[in-house]
Design a protein around this ligand. Structure first.
Ligand SMILES: Cc1cc2nc3c(=O)[nH]c(=O)nc-3n(C[C@H](O)[C@H](O)[C@H](O)COP(=O)(O)OP(=O)(O)OC[C@H]3O[C@@H](n4cnc5c(N)ncnc54)[C@H](O)[C@@H]3O)c2cc1C
Length: 480
C-alpha cells in the first residue's frame, strides 16, 4: 500500500470520513485504519429514546464493522500522538501498547460532558452523553419509583420523585421530555407515587432554552413542557448538590435524589496528548477552513474535538452537532484524497439544513430549510429524518419495529440495572442466583459445591429455599 491513513475515533465524523475514503481512494492505493474505543457508532439523537424505553438501547447504535468496506477497524484507545514521528499511540483491548504510523491522520474523537467545580456535582449527578448513562438514568427512574412506593413519609417520598435536569440543549430538553413521558406512563403501576405525582425541573443558566432553534419554536417547546407540569427555570444556575438535595442560585434547596447534568461538552481529554495546537478557550484542536491542523503536516481534525471556523461566522467554531461532524467527515475524506493526489484541499462550507427537538408524547419542534414545524407533524418529520439518517437497512428496520411496538403496547417497566454486571461466581449473591436458576429448571452443574441441589431436599433441611426447591428434573413451578 502506498499510504497509511489513520482515523482516530469512530463516531459520526470518523465513520463518515472512512466511508468517503473507501469511495474515493483508488483501489489498493492506501490502508485506512479506524481506531475506536468501541466497536459501534452511538446515534446520540436516539439516546433520550433509549433512556425512556421507546427503543432497545442496542438499536441506538450502529456496529462499525457492518458499515466499513475495506477500512481496517482497530479496537483500542488512542492515548496520544507524536506528529514529528507521525505515529499514534494506541492501547488495545487486551492492554498492549502499540504505535500506529500514519501519512495522514484524521482526529475525530468527539467530546465528553463538561463539568464545573460545583460541590457535589461529580459525586451525585448523572450524565446523558453515553449509552451506559442513558440506561443508568432509566434504571434510576424505575428504582426511585420502587423506593418511593415503599416510603410512608410524603416529604421523604418527594425526594425520590423529583428529577432535576441541568442544561437546556438537545440532551437536556429531549432527555427531560422523554423521561417525564416515561415516568407518567409507568406511574399507574405505583399507586402511592401516582397520588403524589412526579416533579421534573429544568435548570438553565441562559435566559432561553435551546439556542439552536428559533425563539418561536423554543417558546412552543416551553409551553408544551410547562403544560405537562414541568418547571422551567431559565437564568438559574445550580450551586451545590448532595445525595438528597440540589441548591439553586439564590439559595432555594430542592429535595431530589436525581440530578441529570447536561450542561455542555468539552473535547475528549486525549486531544491534550496529541501534540496539536488547541484553541485557548474551547480546548478544541485548531484547524483551518480546510479542516487541516494548523502548521502540522498531514493531520486533520473534525467534529466536536475540532475548532472548525463556522462558515457563517468565522470568529466562532461550528456547533458541536452530528450534522456538522458528518459533513466535516465527508469533506475531510475528500481533502485527504485531494492532498494525496497533489491537489489543493477545499474549504469546508455547510449551512444547517434543519433541527429537530423531540418532546416525547408524539410531539416535537422542528425547523427545516426556513420552515417551522411544531407538534405531531414535527414529531413525524423528526422520526422520518432519524430513520433516513440511521446508517444501514437492518438498523432502520429494527428502529421502525421498536417504535411500532411502543405505539401499540407501551413501554416496559422492568429495572435491569444488573444486566451485564454479574457478581463473582463464588459470591453468596451468585450462589443464590444459581440456586434460583436450578429451581427454575437449569442444570446444576455450575453450582458451587457447598450444596448439592441435584439431590432432593432433605425433609429436615433448615434452609427455606432447599425445602421448596423442586428436583432438578421436575418442572419448575411458577418460573417463566
Ligand atoms: C443526548 C444527545 C443528543 C444529541 N442530539 C443531536 C441531534 O439531534 N442532532 C445533532 O446534530 N447532534 C446531536 N447531538 C450532538 C452529537 O452527538 C455530536 O455533536 C456528535 O456525536 C459529534 O460527532 P463526533 O464524530 O465529533 O464525535 P462522536 O460521534 O462522539 O464520536 C467520537 C468517537 O470517538 C471515540 N473515542 C473517543 N476518545 C477516543 C480515544 N481516546 N480512542 C479511541 N476512540 C475514542 C468515541 O468512543 C466515539 O465513538 C446530541 C448529543 C447528545 C449527547
Amino acid at each position: 500500500m502506498a499510504w497509511n491513513i489513520v482515523i482516530a475515533g469512530g463516531g459520526f465524523g470518523g465513520l463518515e470520513a472512512a466511508r468517503k475514503l473507501e469511495k474515493l481512494l483508488p483501489h489498493n492505493s492506501a490502508q485506512v485504519t479506524l481506531v475506536s474505543d468501541q466497536n459501534f457508532l452511538l446515534y446520540t439523537p436516539l439516546l433520550p429514546g433509549a433512556a425512556a424505553g421507546t427503543l432497545e438501547p442496542r438499536h441506538a447504535v450502529v456496529p462499525l464493522r457492518e458499515q466499513l468496506n475495506g477500512t481496517r477497524l482497530r479496537l483500542g484507545s488512542v492515548t496520544g500522538a507524536d506528529p514529528e514521528r507521525k505515529v499514534v499511540f494506541v492501547t488495545t483491548g487486551d492492554g498492549r501498547e502499540e504505535e500506529l504510523p500514519y501519512d495522514q491522520l484524521i482526529v475525530s474523537v468527539g467530546s465528553v460532558s463538561r463539568t464545573l467545580p460545583i460541590p457535589g456535582l461529580a459525586e451525585h449527578a448523572v450524565g446523558m452523553k453515553t449509552l451506559p448513562e442513558a440506561i443508568a438514568l432509566r434504571n434510576r427512574l424505575l428504582q426511585s419509583l420502587e423506593v418511593a412506593e415503599g416510603i410512608d413519609d410524603p416529604q421523604e417520598r418527594a425526594e425520590w420523585l423529583t428529577f432535576v435536569f441541568v442544561g437546556a440543549g438537545y440532551a437536556g430538553l429531549e432527555g427531560l421530555a422523554e423521561l417525564q413521558d416515561f415516568a407518567t406512563d409507568v406511574l399507574d403501576s405505583y399507586p402511592r407515587c401516582q397520588s403524589q405525582g412526579v416533579r421534573f425541573i429544568l435548570v438553565e443558566a441562559q435566559d432561553r432554552v435551546m439556542p439552536e432553534i428559533p425563539t418561536s419554536l423554543a417558546d412552543f417547546a416551553i409551553r408544551e413542557l410547562t403544560a405537562r407540569g414541568i418547571e422551567i427555570r431559565t437564568g438559574t444556575t445550580i450551586d451545590a448538590m448532595t445525595e438528597s438535595t440540589a441548591t439553586l442560585a439564590g439559595g432555594e434547596t430542592v429535595g431530589t435524589r436525581t440530578v441529570v447534568w447536561t450542561a455542555g461538552v468539552k473535547p475528549s481529554p486525549v486531544v491534550k496528548r496529541m501534540g496539536l495546537p488547541l484553541h485557548e478557550r474551547t480546548g478544541r484542536i485548531l484547524v483551518d477552513r480546510t479542516l487541516q491542523v494548523q502548521d502540522v503536516d498531514g493531520v486533520w481534525a473534525i467534529g466536536d474535538a475540532a475548532h472548525v471556523p463556522d462558515p457563517r461566522n468565522l470568529e466562532r467554531p461550528t456547533p458541536p452537532t452530528a450534522q456538522h461532524a458528518i459533513r466535516q467527515g465527508r469533506k475531510v475524506g475528500e481533502n485527504v484524497v485531494r492532498t494525496l493526489s497533489g491537489r489543493k484541499p477545499e474549504l469546508f462550507t455547510y449551512k444547517t439544513l434543519g433541527v429537530f427537538v423531540d418532546l416525547g408524547r408524539g410531539k416535537a419542534v422542528a425547523s427545516t430549510l426556513g420552515l417551522r414545524w411544531r407538534g405531531a407533524p414535527a414529531w413525524f418529520l423528526a422520526r422520518t429524518y432519524h430513520l433516513a439518517s440511521m446508517p444501514g437497512t437492518k438498523r432502520k428496520v429494527r428502529l421502525v419495529a421498536d417504535w411500532t411496538v411502543g405505539l401499540f403496547f407501551g413501554r416496559d417497566g422492568s429495572e435491569l440495572g444488573r444486566l451485564g454486571h454479574p457478581g463473582r461466581l463464588d459470591t453468596p449473591d451468585q450462589i443464590a442466583l444459581e440456586r434460583e436458576a436450578v429451581r427454575h429448571g437449569a442444570s446444576p452443574s455450575a453450582l458451587p459445591p457447598i450444596e448439592d441441589a441435584s439431590e432432593p431436599p432433605a425433609p429436615n433441611a433448615k434452609d427455606e429455599d432447599a425445602l421448596t426447591a423442586p428436583r432438578v428434573n421436575e418442572p419448575a413451578g411458577g418460573g417463566d
